[in-house]
Ligand binder design. Sequence first.
Ligand SMILES: Cc1ncc(COP(=O)(O)O)c(C=O)c1O
Length: 376
Amino acid sequence: MVDTKTQYEKIKPEIDKAVIEVLESSAFINGKPVQSFANNLSNYIGTKYTIPCANGTDALQIAMMALGLQPGDEVITPSFTYIATTEVIALLRLTPVFVEVDSKTFCMDPVALEKAITPRTKAIVPVHLYGQATPMEAIMKIAEKHKLFVIEDNAQAIGCDYYFADGTLKKTGSIGHIGTTSFYPSKNLGAYGDGGAIFTNDEHLAGSLKMIANHGQSKQYYHDVVGCNSRLDTIQAAILDIKLKNLDEYCDARRKAADYYDNAFANHAKIKTPFRAPYSKHVFHQYTLTLEGIEQPAVLRNELKEYLAGHKIPAMIYYPVPGHKQKMFEQFNVSSQNMPVTDWLTERVISLPIHTELDEEQLNFISSKVLEFLNK
Ligand SMILES: Cc1ncc(COP(=O)(O)O)c(C=O)c1O
């Protein structure tokens, strides 16, 4: 699905030098590159504070801990997302409340969100799925009206621009009270291992987030709150600091590949290409088709996936089981929830390879094999 090797080869001298510098410094934990990267990332995202951590799942967990949410508090999140978003809610003994996504953007539907709010609701976690922004302006208005916290799960959309109605431009991850992201290698800003970060403009929250990520420590060996151990390795920070300079270029390359696919599949009766919401600039973490006008979409989709695999083309289903149908959440009695859009998407989505190194020959090969199968 991604080609991190070719991408690395293009920046190899710079990366190798930075890694060797870390090795020679022996400052593997909290070395200088960690703060340097955090500062550069803050400038890029446009938040006052960036707290690096071990991965995007920890980032979500630490964010929820910092908001002081209590067992039983309800956290509203889309059902159609990666398990990391929803899992941490249950892990903290909070109650996940699953809501529908919009059929075009695949992101949280603000109307469904507002309907799901109860007196126990404390936070909202919109997910910028596949690199497309959730309509944050509407979400923030609802949050303000009901005095709720917003944590943006920006793991899949780092680099995405968001345009407000008044023309203001912000990066996703900087709009909610807290933003989180992942540097999993295949992400738009991918490390060479695990990594994550948390963003906020709130000084008090930044202090709590930092403390929680570091064993709840206020000064060495003094632990004021229950925390965890979640650090970004110095080597990963050094690598990410270099890759951050290329992030806009990486997003452009992904958009260019998406343009190619869009043209190749335009007006096909069985294919719906990804919608590009006018309020944001999609960064195509995934290029996800929806199969339409087919009687047994899940069956045909598996056959397409196998057909592509036969031609050495990987394809993935993100995600075959939505949150409300996961066994993990049976305790919350959510499996019978009516989620027609989520269920519809779950049976029909298929993601094609998308990354920064795809050339026209590869794009042509992939799209022609998809068409060859669907035109049979
Ligand atoms: C939407 C979403 N949230 C959270 C995560 C968790 O990130 P990590 O794998 O770094 O823990 C991911 C990673 O795939 C993700 O896609």
